[in-house]
Each structure stands twice: as C-alpha cells, then as structure tokens.
Design a protein around this ligand. Structure first.
Ligand code: SF4
Length: 334
C-alpha cells in the first residue's frame, strides 16, 4: 500500500524560544495560520489528486509546534478532520512539536481526535549542545515526552540535528543511540544550516561558529542512517527540504546544503557496500542485481558509483530484481 501525507503548514505563532539556527520570527511576521475552513479546502483538493484505493492517506500538520497552540486552537484544526477520518478518506493525523509541549492532558486530547503519530524536535540528547542551541529544553524533557507518547500508543518520531555548536560526531552517534533506546519509530536528520537573520549567522560572521562541510555532513549522516536502519527506525528525511530561499541562496548564509542531500547519503552508503568489488580484477564486466527500490541509490547521485566501478570493469550494468533483498546486491562477473 502506498502512503501519502497531506501537508498543512501551521506557522509558529509568537514562539517564546530563540533556537539559534531558526528564523521563524521572520516567517511568522509574514504568514498567518490557516483558517479552519482553509484546512478543509486544502484536504479536499489534495484528495481529488490522490488514489482512493490501495493508499494510506494522512494529514500532517507541520511548520510549528502544534501542541504549543491552546487545546481549543488545536481542536479547531483536528475537528475539521474528523468527518474525513469517519468516512475513511483519511486514515490518521501526524503532528510535530517540541518535547516540552507534551503532557498527559495534551496527549489524551490528541488520542481522542485520531492523531496517530507525534514527531518531536529532539535535535540532540546532549544538554550542553541543547543549551548552546538555545533550545530551552533538556535531554530529560525529550525522554520524558517520548516515554509518555509511547505509553499512550502513538507512533513516535524523534528528529535530530548534526553540526550544532559544541556537537561532535561522537555526540551525534550517542544522540542516535538514545533515540533508538527511547523506542522511536521514525526519525529525520537535519545538518545545521546557517540561515540569514539568526543568532547562528552572527556567530558565523564573528568566526565563532564553523558549519560542517558538505562531505562531513554526508559521511556522518550515512553513519547515523546505518545505525537507525539496523535498529528498524525509519529515516523519513535527511537534509532540509530545498525551499526556494535555499535554492536561490537568498536565505542561506553557509552550511552543508545540497538539493539532493538524502541522495548523496544513500550514494555514500552504496559506495561502501560496493567497495568489495572495486579491486583489481581479471573480469571484464559486472552486472549488479539490486532491489528495485535501491536502483537509483546504488548507481549513485550523478551515477558516481557506476562511474567508480568503470575504473575496474569496461562494462557495468545495474539491474532491478525483486528477488534481491533490499540493501543488498548480487554481482555476476564475466
Ligand atoms: S526552532 Fe525553536 S525558535 Fe524556531 S520556532 Fe521552533 S522552537 Fe521556536
């Protein structure tokens, strides 16, 4: 069954926090939260374009800390969705929020209104990193919220960042381990970017902060991906969505931004997997059989993995094969 999300953007209104990498202040100055009626229209128009059979369709509220809204405000949006859920046109609701905006009362209300999945911006499980980032919550807040969410039977998502001030590869790996131990079902990995008009941009300009290089961010994210994948935690996204401000460079000051960041990470993972056949060989050609879902990643971004193999074989072919397990390959040499 295919999965689709209908995204509904709720901008962060009057966020009392000041995470050093965030410029939501500018965003909220320009954007108003949608009226409940607008949400209904967004959903109706998406449903017209999505398949009605053999598909699971969820609505995802993103952009802000959903549970930072008062309960009546949250219900204004959630109640609009109830008829869609009753008629089974939508199978559930996803929200994202901050760990310190979770308590039993909030969760009971979400449960009653068919919210299935809650994603928390954990960012790091190191208190010093969280403090430097100005997150305004501790690692303990993340654990407490995650435990409550799991106890009440929601799907749990824990997002993390890499390259924050004071963070290291070791700390990032530890954060990933803790996310796994907390029972996360999903994660997203975001390398820190320096965005215009943020405290982090000032630190960068004063040379007090150095972002990760792209290759460093790709290589660390590949290690994190491997860890999560092995533990059965689904990685829903790697790298920020390439919004227009990033593509034009208008919003971006510095940092490891790439329009196909996730693809670069998967390319790196496949580069490692294919290393065993990139040795001196007497064979002329190789055919690699991979699961269809691995075809693009194994060939690599801009065919880099295929090109590397061409140093060793005059003919290289990749073939999609449903009989090969995901993440593995079978090689035939001639
Ligand atoms: S990232 Fe931090 S400052 Fe920005 S909206 Fe979220 S909580 Fe507020």
């Amino acid at each position: 069954m295919r999965h689709f999300n209908i995204p509904v953007f709720i901008p962060e209104m009057a966020c009392p926090f000041r995470c050093i990498y965030c410029n939501q202040y500018n965003i909220t100055a320009r954007e108003k939260p949608p009226a409940a009626e607008d949400v209904r229209e967004i959903i109706e128009s998406y449903l017209l374009t999505l398949p009605q059979t053999d598909a699971s369709i969820e609505t995802a509220f993103f952009g802000g800390s959903f549970t930072g809204l008062s309960i009546p405000e949250q219900n204004k949006y959630l109640d609009i969705l109830q008829p869609f859920i009753k008629s089974e046109r939508i199978s559930g609701i996803r929200i994202s929020t901050r760990p310190d905006y979770i308590n039993s009362e909030i969760l009971a209300n979400l449960k009653q209104r068919c919210v299935k999945s809650i994603e928390l911006g954990a960012q790091s499980m190191d208190d010093k990193v969280l403090k430097k980032a100005g997150r305004g919550h501790s690692a303990k807040d993340v654990s407490r919220a995650a435990e409550l969410i799991k106890k009440m039977g929601f799907e749990l998502g824990l997002q993390m960042m890499t390259g924050l001030p004071g963070d290291t590869e070791e700390k990032a790996m530890k954060t990933a381990q803790e996310i796994i131990s907390l029972g996360a079902d999903t994660t997203r990995i975001y390398p820190t970017l320096v965005i215009k008009d943020t405290p982090l941009a000032s630190l960068y300009q004063k040379k007090e902060y150095q972002p990760q290089h792209l290759s460093e961010a790709v290589s660390l994210t590949a290690k994190l991906y491997y860890l999560f994948n092995r533990a059965g935690v689904r990685v829903l996204r790697m790298g920020l969505h390439p919004s227009e401000g990033f593509l034009t460079g208008e919003r971006l000051v510095a940092g490891p931004f790439h329009v196909a960041f996730g693809e670069l990470v998967l390319t790196r993972l496949w580069e490692e997997k294919l290393r065993s056949i990139t040795k001196e060989t007497e064979h002329q050609s190789v055919t690699l059989f991979v699961h269809p879902s691995d075809l693009n990643a194994s060939i690599g971004h801009k065919a880099t993995n295929k090109k590397r193999l061409k140093y060793f074989y005059s003919k290289v072919r990749f073939v999609a094969d449903n009989n090969v397990a995901k993440g593995t390959f079978h090689a035939d040499f001639t």
